[in-house]
Design a protein around this ligand. Structure first.
Ligand code: ADP
Length: 886
């Protein structure tokens, strides 16, 4: 079979055609891979042409037939088809583009016989082929030759036609197209520019290649323009192998221009692209070209024409023809798509500097900069970099902002801390101020009471003396009696104020001791009954039969509250009755209700009467009270765990009630049966006790009791002697019987209080009966405490101990026979003067904290004195401390 291909060696005038014809219904030309399948189909059609004809269907659309000289594996052919597709692709709905690859290089013999025209006739004979497009010379020549038989009067539009001369078409109608006018002059010029040392330019080719032959005739005049020292040669080779062999021996001053298709020595057609590849690889001379598709396949470059451009322009002409234009009226396009195109690898191979390239030249395969290679990556990197810069900048900015914000926060914080410090300072200043004010109030009240009491005691004392003076006229004695009354009222006012200030200062606490509740109530009852009967009022006490005997609570405060409420009831009721009702509330609480048939209290005043100094009209009219009784009572009840409420209607009387916890206990109250005080604990001085008592038996009893526990005792048998004893003996405490001849206890107390130093000495009233003496009256006289007769020794010791801050030994803890009355005096004279001064000052302003801190300081070196002071502080006997430190 290869024998036939030897025809390529023959010098035939006829162009070689290859009839590798296959049906291609679509537009795409990239069907090389399907070539085998279509070849098979072609064989079938070739065997049964009539059948194929009979089967061919009438195309509904106008057809455009594209006849390519070569097969689709030729780059040039493919690129021309690409150009055609670019135009007809969008018109696919209007025109049916049919493509036939005549493959003239592989099968030149088919171009001459009747087989190929017959096939085409059977395929397209019955169809409306409106225009025939041909590429390259072989297809154009075939179309022209068989035009009358295959496509009578169908216009032909050519492309890639080499060696076109206007005169060639002079006798034929309906033909136009795009001439493949190689820009040989351009390529020659570039060649000499790039390779100035060139002396020989060689155009290798095959004698039977139509293209080669056509070019050879057309380039003659271009070559004539070359410098005279350059030889132009057109060596003809039988095949590419021969060409390679010959051209491989070329000297470096030679240059090659390939403008021919080739065949191998076995007759196999190869494209000019492949031919250039082989020749370029074998020869030391550079290869130049006019075709774009060989740049990149061994050619250095040249002024090239583009196959795509050829196809594109030809298709555009075809569209115009289809649109009705006469082909003759469309002039043949010439020199379409010239470009200076180069292969960088070949430029490098022949050391051709870029500076020699013509302006506008395109260099393929130029080594690209990293930026060019990865333009996208570079862009991305660039953009990322810029973005990063932006982010960094914004981060820096935000860091700065953050630093600034932090600085601001810091400074705000500092400012805040400063403010907090300032506020704290202010607060602590305010707190100190408040505390100081509170202390000042206490100091003021304490001082006021002392300062008022002193002259008041003198006034009252002398007023009482004058009242008894029979030398004075009756009316003056009445006046003096008024002074006495007013003075006593003032004194009770002062005592009430002192009581309130003690409560407010937290110095009053409710005790929780076992006491005999029925006995305490009986005492209260006794006091009130006398008062009620004096006023002609009925007094009823309603208490449960089974009232528990012993309860835990504060008997003293409870009695005070009940006496106050019942006292008010009696005071404000002019007729009717006063009642005390006692109700058990569960096991632990007891409710007390005091009711009367008095004037009652208006609703809007019922809460206000508990305010200090508040009195209703009836209170003011009575001109007896101080307006502090209910205030103090409420405070006492609250201290005991309850509260006073009032229910009243004006004109209907009032009921005051409160409920406090008074849990029952089996323990009997101290009545001498409990732990017995047997003496002063060691390390304490022997206190000096002045006993004002007119009854010799009582004198003896008290003296023995006191001496027994280690006290020094001096007896004064009346008030006047007590006054003297106070001044001469300087006792630490006075036990004052209130009923005495010459001068009674009230008078003596007032008189003593009126004396220098007399305001601070503890005076304990001794009364025949707690109920005979009005506690208020006793306290108003200036006594600090009250002890009833017959004296219960433990109670007496406890009261004295509390007043003087003494510690005792009890029967259980004491070792029998070891106790001897101590001779250490109760004084603080052993303390350094500055400590005494500090103590005096702290006690003077009732500064418990300061006193305690001094005690703490004293403990290591002065344990006895520290103990004495601690006891006095505990009992709020700041006055005693102050006195002892004078
Ligand atoms: P006072 O020393 O004036 O009695 P209190 O604090 O004990 O002070 O009482 C305040 C006021 O309440 C009295 O002045 C009086 O107006 C009124 N009050 C108290 N108890 C009664 C009562 N049982 N009936 C009518 N008014 C009363």
């Amino acid at each position: 079979m290869h024998g036939a291909t030897h025809a390529m060696t023959s010098n035939r005038e006829e162009r070689l055609h290859t009839a590798s014809n296959f049906l291609r219904p679509g537009l795409s030309c990239r069907l090389a891979a399907m070539r085998g399948a279509f070849l098979a189909l072609f064989a079938l059609l070739a065997i049964t042409p009539t059948f194929a004809h009979a089967e061919s269907r009438v195309l509904e659309r106008d057809s455009v037939l594209v006849l390519h000289s070569y097969s689709p594996d030729f780059v040039w052919t493919r690129s021309q088809q690409d150009g055609v597709d670019a135009v007809f692709g969008p018109l696919a709905a209007t025109y049916d583009v049919r493509i036939e690859y005549l493959d003239a290089l592989h099968h030149p013999e088919l171009m001459k016989g009747s087989l190929l025209p017959g096939l085409l006739r059977s395929k397209y004979g019955g169809q409306r082929v409106r225009v025939v497009l041909t590429s390259d010379n072989a297809a154009f020549n075939f179309a022209r030759a068989h035009r009358a038989e295959l496509f009578p009067d169908v216009p032909i539009v050519f492309m890639g036609l080499n060696g076109y001369e206007d005169s060639a078409l002079r006798d034929e109608k309906g033909i136009t197209g795009v001439a493949e006018d190689s820009d040989l002059p351009g390529t020659l010029q570039v060649l000499l520019q790039l390779q100035p040392q060139t002396k020989r330019i060689i155009f290798p080719g095959m004698a039977d290649d139509l293209t080669y032959r056509a070019i050879r005739t057309t380039v003659a005049k271009d070559l004539a323009a070359l410098p005279s020292h350059i030889n132009v040669e057109f060596p003809e080779f039988p095949d590419v192998d021969a060409a390679i062999e010959a051209l491989g021996k070329l000297p470096p001053d030679a240059a090659i221009i390939v403008m021919s298709n080739m065949r191998t020595r076995y007759g196999e057609g190869i494209s000019s692209q492949r031919a250039v590849e082989l020749i370029s690889a074998a020869t030391p001379a550079p290869v130049f070209t006019n075709w774009d598709f060989v740049v990149g396949h061994g050619a250095v470059g040249g002024s090239v024409i583009s196959g795509v451009e050829q196809g594109h322009q030809a298709a555009e002409i075809a569209v115009r023809v289809l649109g009705g234009e006469h082909p003759e009226s469309i002039p043949v396009r010439r020199g379409a798509g010239k470009t200076f195109l180069f292969d960088h690898r070949q430029l490098t191979r022949f050391d051709i500097p870029a500076s020699r390239l013509p302006p506008g030249g395109v260099v393929l395969f130029a080594p690209q900069s990293n930026f060019q290679i990865s333009r996208q990556a570079a862009w991305i990197a660039g953009i990322s970099f810029v973005a990063l810069l932006g982010v960094t900048a914004s981060l820096l900015l935000s860091m700065r902002r953050r630093r600034r914000a932090e600085a601001q926060v810091r400074s705000l914080n500092q400012e805040l801390e400063q403010r907090v410090r300032e506020r704290t300072d202010e607060l602590s200043v305010a707190k100190e101020a408040a505390e100081a004010a509170n202390r000042a109030k206490s100091i003021f009240l304490a001082n006021m009471s002392h300062e008022l009491r002193t002259p008041l005691n003198a006034i009252l004392g002398f007023a009482q003396i004058m009242e008894r003076d029979t030398r004075l006229p009756e009316d003056e004695r009445k006046n003096i009696a008024t002074i006495n009354r007013a003075g006593n009222h003032l004194l009770s006012l002062i005592n009430d104020v002192l009581e309130i200030s003690r409560i407010e200062a937290g110095r009053t606490q409710a005790v929780r001791e076992a006491f005999d509740l029925p006995a305490a109530l009986a005492s209260v009852e006794e006091i009130i009954r006398i008062r009620a009967e004096t006023k002609g009022l009925a007094f009823a006490v309603d208490r449960p039969e089974d009232l528990r005997p012993y309860v835990l609570g504060d008997a003293h405060h409870l009695s005070q509250v009940l006496i106050n409420l019942l006292g008010n009831a009696v005071k404000y009721t002019d007729q009717g009755r006063v009642a005390l009702r006692i109700v058990s509330e569960g096991n632990d609480r007891i409710r007390f209700e005091v009711s009367d048939t008095g004037p009652g209290i208006a609703a809007d005043e019922q809460e206000r009467i508990f305010q200090a100094f508040y009195q209703t009209n009836s209170g003011i009219t009575k001109a007896e009270g101080t307006g502090l009784g209910l205030t103090i009572s409420r405070q006492f009840v609250r201290l005991m765990g309850g509260d006073i409420t009032v229910a009243s209607e004006p004109g209907q009387g009032s009921t005051f009630g409160f409920s406090i916890p008074l849990p029952p206990t089996d323990a009997a109250p101290h009545d001498g049966e409990g732990p017995r005080i047997v003496g002063l604990a060691d390390g304490q001085g022997a206190p000096r006790i002045l006993v004002a008592e007119d009854h010799p038996d009582n004198q003896q009893v008290v003296e023995q009791l006191l001496r027994h526990i280690g006290c020094q005792v001096k007896i004064a048998s009346n008030g006047q002697l007590a006054l003297d004893g106070f001044q001469t003996w300087h006792p630490n405490l006075i036990l004052m019987d209130m009923r005495m001849p010459v001068m009674d206890g009230y008078e003596a107390t007032r008189a003593i209080r009126a004396l220098p130093g007399g305001e601070r000495i503890p005076i304990v009233a001794l009364t025949a009966s707690a109920f005979e003496e009005d506690r208020g009256k006793v306290l108003a006289a200036g006594c600090d405490e009250m002890v009833k007769k017959p004296i219960e020794q433990n109670h007496l010791f406890e009261v004295i101990g509390r007043m003087l801050g003494l510690r005792f030994d009890y029967a259980e803890t004491r070792s029998a026979g070891l106790r001897h009355p101590t001779t250490i005096p109760v004084d603080l004279n052993g303390l350094p003067p500055d400590v005494r001064k500090d103590l005096r000052q702290a006690a003077g302003i009732l500064d418990k904290e300061a006193l305690l801190s001094i005690v703490e300081r004293l403990e290591p070196d002065y344990p006895v004195e520290a103990e004495i002071i601690a006891n006095l502080i505990e009992n709020y006997r700041f006055d005693v401390i102050e006195e002892l430190c004078r």
